[in-house]
Write a new protein. Structure first.
Length: 80
């Protein structure tokens, strides 16, 4: 998981485009947008994280950096 890839996706793609990429990855189809990642699992993680961040930015009116920190906090809490 790479925070710069998540940030790039959140800044450059709409939620709609990201959800299309999510569906394409889940259905093993060709992506219509460029998503960084060493494999499909990492690409899916970057897409889902970007969707989460964009939704948090809209809901809470926070910056992309704050949304990314919130995402990683959520991940850390789920691991503990």
């Amino acid at each position: 998981m790479n925070s710069s890839s998540i940030k790039y996706n959140a800044e450059n793609y709409s939620i709609e485009k990201l959800k299309q990429a999510e569906n394409a990855l889940l259905n093993e189809e060709t992506l219509s947008i460029e998503i960084e990642g060493k494999d499909e699992g990492e690409k899916l993680t970057h897409v889902l994280a970007a969707i989460f961040c964009k939704q948090e930015m809209l809901k809470s009116e926070i910056s992309i950096n704050q949304a990314i920190r919130l995402f990683f906090k959520r991940v850390r809490n789920s691991i503990n």
